[in-house]
Design a protein. Structure first.
Length: 251
């Protein structure tokens, strides 16, 4: 149920039982019987086959992932929802045979969806697309999905989607319907290491300030809050997630 890597291994590392490369920017392997775990904010790539056949995985949040490899979630039978707000490329067969998947959200950042990325995802009832100009691709949605699922598109873009495959094959295309799924504007912030502390410029330390998450090089969350200056962390490399961005800081 978990993968443990010696901290002295020069090529690989682990956190919460999951296998990563040494810098924790690539997720390589997820034990098939392991349940839900938030993917580290330092991860930019989900490797090929990394989470395939994970029988206990119901939902996954990938806040900073830009690349989802081929077959990355192949046959995750009970996976129901996926959040990929920063995705750029989705590989071939990435979500094939995810029978339990009911909803998928495609942010405007996505520039490539691989062949058969959603083949045999019979349970899809909602597909959200944020491109104003529809992306041409061949994800191979099932006929049942094309007939019964609702494709939600940006306001004023229905006609554009009706002109481009595979989106034109959906029987039900509607505007909007994003209800918490659309991107929310975030306050502009900058992150710096100053005098042994992490400084967040743009946050004001109030409840309305952007939430800051700080992770150690080992993958553990060492701070979560809205302070604009975070001290007492010790020397080392930290990964800071705030305002929709992720940045490494050395103290």
């Amino acid at each position: 149920k978990e993968i443990v890597v010696d901290e002295n291994n020069p090529n690989y590392s682990s956190a919460d039982g999951v296998l990563y490369d040494k810098d924790k920017t690539i997720l390589i392997g997820w034990p098939t019987a392991k349940g839900n775990v938030d993917i580290l904010p330092s991860v930019a790539t989900i490797g090929d086959w990394a989470l395939a056949f994970c029988i206990a995985l119901r939902s996954v949040s990938m806040p900073s992932v830009t690349t989802i490899g081929d077959n990355a979630f192949f046959s995750c039978d009970i996976l129901k929802s996926v959040s990929i707000p920063s995705a750029i490329t989705i590989g071939d067969n990435a979500f094939s045979y995810c029978d339990g998947l009911t909803s998928v959200d495609m942010p405007a950042s996505v520039t490539m969806i691989g062949d058969w990325a959603f083949s045999y995802c019979d349970g899809l009832t909602e597909v959200y697309c944020h491109w104003e100009e529809p992306l041409e691709c061949e994800p191979d949605f099932e006929d049942e999905v094309l007939m019964n699922a609702i494709l939600y598109v940006p306001d004023g873009c229905v006609d554009a989607y009706r002109a481009v495959k595979p989106w034109s094959e959906f029987a039900n295309i509607e505007e909007g319907g994003y209800s918490g799924i659309a991107d929310t504007p975030q306050p502009e912030v900058t992150v710096k290491g100053i005098d042994g502390a992490i400084s967040i410029e743009g946050g004001d330390g109030t409840a309305s300030a952007p939430v800051v998450e700080v992770y150690s090089a080992g993958g553990g969350c060492v701070y979560r809050g809205t302070d604009s200056s975070i001290g007492g962390l010790g020397h080392g490399i930290y990964v800071v997630r705030v305002g929709g961005m992720v940045q490494k800081v050395a103290l």
